[in-house]
Design a protein around this ligand. Structure first.
Ligand SMILES: NC(=O)c1ccc[n+]([C@@H]2O[C@H](COP(=O)([O-])OP(=O)(O)OC[C@H]3O[C@@H](n4cnc5c(N)ncnc54)[C@H](OP(=O)(O)O)[C@@H]3O)[C@@H](O)[C@H]2O)c1
Length: 356
């Protein structure tokens, strides 16, 4: 995809993930040498008109389905491309809908080839090779045309295991990883699905518990690792960040000094003295990129403990969807600049924090 071809990124979906992604791509369009940023919106809604106008103001161009073109125009939103035309002219397509696999069957397979890259998000298990920035970059080569960026909580599980149990050498040092994912009911941008009280989730997977553990396992599998991970999930009546309780039993002994050394050495991990997810969220709103902290986890220092001499116990926050956004951007830039995408990512560095 490098060379003289035009570099066009097309985002499908304008929800919690799609909207900031379109905004970030448009903001860094020049630095990243993008010829165009386009986005597809399915539903013409007056309530979403302000969002479409704000994105257009940033330079992103709207694509809509042929049969809805007139409705968008009637509502004062000006489309530039039809849905399939936008896919055809794009170099990278980032699907940010809960129907990425369906879209792959219906549309993307038709346009696969010509070096085009396709990326989908956390719910779309099976879409392509799983990816989390910094965890399994080495598993990719020029042949991977379909990529699934794992969910925000899967990023969190993965970075904890990677930092504390594996390290840069990917040592075989995890006896067992147990996680309880306490999920926010919905995002601030979502009006539906709020719940009045905590609601526990089923352990639907006999080996991994819930999908977060299963996905983390498969993510490490792309690196040839077979890790014992088990997760549980409960939904909380909050709109702030997901919270995760973790228990990592290591094969070899470890000290608290070594744990802190490893955490501080990983730029994708942030530490915090704040105990409330509201305060961490608020920091992101004030200092983040489109309100997002891009770190893959925010670990509460005061809750970190060593049980015995080989069991690390703690609590951490999943910074909204910032980790999925940065992995989506990394995957996009890898398609566009296979040999220099790391350098292109430098502009995002100010949004990775050591301390929150
Ligand atoms: N929310 C998070 O914090 C988060 C974090 C990490 C990963 N993810 C993943 O990101 C993906 C999208 O999640 P989201 O939270 O951004 O969803 P969302 O806020 O509900 O937005 C979904 C978007 O997809 C569009 N869409 C197109 N076809 C659709 C269909 N058939 N059904 C429903 N929506 C359709 C929607 O409509 P319009 O095109 O009309 O706007 C909307 O823009 C999922 O895979 C999710 O697992 C979400």
């Amino acid at each position: 995809m490098s060379g003289t071809k035009k570099k066009i990124v097309h985002v499908v979906g304008t929800g919690t993930i799609g909207e900031p992604l379109i905004g970030i791509l448009s903001t860094f369009r020049q630095q990243w040498g993008l010829d165009d940023v386009t986005f597809h919106k399915r539903t013409p809604l007056l309530t979403d008109r302000s969002k479409v106008h704000a994105l257009a103001h940033k330079g992103a161009k709207l694509a809509v389905d042929k049969d809805r073109w007139g409705k968008f125009k009637d509502m004062g939103m000006e489309p530039t491309f039809e849905a399939e035309e936008a896919i055809e002219r794009a170099s990278v397509i980032i699907d940010c809908t809960p129907v990425g696999n369906e879209n792959k069957e219906k549309l993307y397979n038709k346009y696969a080839g010509n070096g085009r890259g396709f990326i989908a998000q956390g719910s779309e298990f099976g879409f392509g090779k799983m990816y989390a920035r910094g965890i399994n970059d080495k598993a990719f080569n020029g042949k991977d045309q379909f990529v699934q960026v794992v969910s925000c909580n899967t990023h969190n599980l993965a970075v904890l295991i990677d930092t504390l149990a594996l390290g840069p050498e990917k040592e075989d040092n995890l006896e067992e990883g147990l996680f309880v994912c306490m999920r926010r009911a919905n995002d601030l941008s979502q009006e539906g699905d709020f719940i009045p009280a905590p609601e526990v989730g089923k352990h639907e997977d006999s080996r991994f518990g819930t999908h977060q553990g299963r996905d983390a396992h498969h993510l490490f599998e792309t690196m040839g690792l077979d890790l014992p991970i088990y997760s549980s999930a409960i939904k909380l009546n909050t709109q702030y960040m997901h919270t995760i309780h973790f228990n990592l039993r290591l094969k070899r002994t470890v000290t608290m000094d070594e744990i802190m050394r490893r955490l501080k050495a990983n730029g994708r991990v942030a530490l915090t003295n704040k105990k409330s997810s509201a305060s961490v969220f608020s920091f992101g709103r004030d200092h983040g990129l489109f309100g997002r902290i891009l770190n893959q986890t925010v670990i509460v220092t005061q809750a970190l403990a060593l049980k015995g001499d080989n069991e690390i116990v703690g609590m951490c926050f999943t910074p909204q969807d910032g980790n999925s956004l940065s992995s989506s951007l990394a995957a996009t830039l890898r398609f566009l600049y296979p040999d220099s995408f790391e350098k292109q990512l430098d502009v995002l560095k100010p949004y990775f924090f050591q301390e929150i």
